[in-house]
Design a protein around this ligand. Structure first.
Ligand code: SF4
Length: 373
């Protein structure tokens, strides 16, 4: 079981970012009060089962003040009990990673930091409107390690125009020297309602084309593997099996509850998501209710989700499970694997079918072919 807390505040909006967050700290106090109400209101959602992972994402959770973070963790402790939590992650932006905050996060039980760094190239950071420099990012990781964080993840973004494999060769040398155990590598995409989307519509911005993006992805993946990282999910790499336990539970379709505006929850049979509007979220909770939408998952949805989430990981799918659980749907997929294998997109053994890195690159097309509509 996992708990996710969405903290929707950022100092400024990065030009590529489509996540729900506001470039402001107005309503922070009201947000914390509403969040605590939501935690109390939904305390039975997980049916009393022990919580194993806790993840604060955003937005910028590291921007929360000590008393705000303490109030949220105390409410979670009171209503869910955090005694069985083994992984407690906080997303942190480099500019927040100072010794005083690191000590607070440790005291509150956080044992994993996920830092949005995106690039070690100053020019790229500036053009993305990131609020930190490359040097600040390096120092933040080193400082966190000195304060005792042994599980540090960083996010990088490939596909920025003008950034090529040669630049990445220089940038990734940093990763080799830094005390990080996990790297997430995302491909730049044009998300709705972002500055890059506006520029792209005017013809003033264009990410790398598909072939160049694929070359960069394979090159970065190859480099990370050469320095000891395992490519265990389409966008994620871990050293010494330090996988993200929280995110892995999404891919393995375990139950989770999400608190805060735009947060999603899943109880095996339905999925629900809170309103992506801070003021509406707060107003509803002030009236004693939650503003959310919900969908029941049909058999088709469950089959499609199983394929999509599990094929993202190196552990792949189990044909025996699919044959037993969804025999009719599975019949439509069986004839496709030999061709995929011939094209180098999948590898199979007697127990699992997994996508290769080449397969991950064309996974959107494969999902379109495999899904039951
Ligand atoms: S990338 Fe992170 S810091 Fe930047 S706007 Fe999005 S949520 Fe905020």
């Amino acid at each position: 079981m996992g708990i996710y807390v969405h903290v929707p505040f950022c100092r400024s909006k990065c030009y590529y970012c489509g996540f729900y967050s506001l470039a402001s700290s107005s309503w922070k106090k009201e947000y914390v009060e509403a969040l605590v109400r939501e935690i109390r209101m939904r305390k039975n959602y997980l049916g009393g089962e022990p919580v194993r992972t806790l993840y604060f994402g955003g937005g910028t959770p590291s921007w929360l003040a000590a008393d705000e973070l303490e109030a949220i963790v105390a409410a979670l402790e009171e209503h869910f009990g955090l005694g069985a939590v083994t992984e407690q992650t906080l997303e942190a932006n480099p500019e927040d990673v100072v010794t005083e905050k690191l000590r607070l996060w440790k005291d509150l039980g956080f044992n994993r930091l996920s830092m949005g760094i995106q690039s070690f190239n100053e020019e790229v950071l500036r053009r993305m409107n990131r609020a930190h420099s490359s040097q600040q990012a390096i120092q933040a990781v080193e400082r966190a390690a000195r304060c005792g964080f042994e599980n540090i993840s960083i996010d990088l973004m490939i596909g920025f125009p003008g950034d090529d494999c040669r630049n990445w060769q220089e940038e990734l040398k940093e990763v080799n020297y830094l005390p990080v155990s996990h790297v997430s590598v995302y491909m730049l995409s044009i998300d709705s309602n972002t500055v890059f989307e506006k520029l792209w519509r005017k013809g003033q911005f264009k990410p790398l084309d598909e072939d160049a993006m694929a070359d960069q992805y394979l090159w970065v993946s190859g480099y990370l593997k050469s320095i000891g990282f395992e490519h265990y999910e389409i966008s994620n790499f871990a050293k010494n099996s330090k996988y993200s336990v929280h995110n892995t539970s999404y891919w393995q379709q375990k139950k989770y509850i999400g608190f805060g505006p735009a947060a999603h929850s899943f109880d095996l049979v339905s999925r629900q998501w809170n309103v992506a509007h801070l003021k509406n979220y707060i107003d509803a909770l002030n009236r004693g209710c939650l503003d959310f939408e919900k969908e029941l998952l049909t058999e088709k949805d469950q089959y499609n989700e199983y394929l999509m989430t599990n094929l993202r990981t190196r552990w792949g799918i189990s044909p025996a499970y699919l044959q037993a659980r969804f025999p009719e749907f599975w019949k439509t997929a069986v004839s496709k694997w030999p061709l995929y294998e011939k094209n180098g997109w999948v590898r199979t053994d007697e127990r699992r079918i997994c996508l290769t890195e080449k397969g991950w690159l064309v996974s959107d097309e494969l999902f379109r072919e495999l899904f039951i509509i």
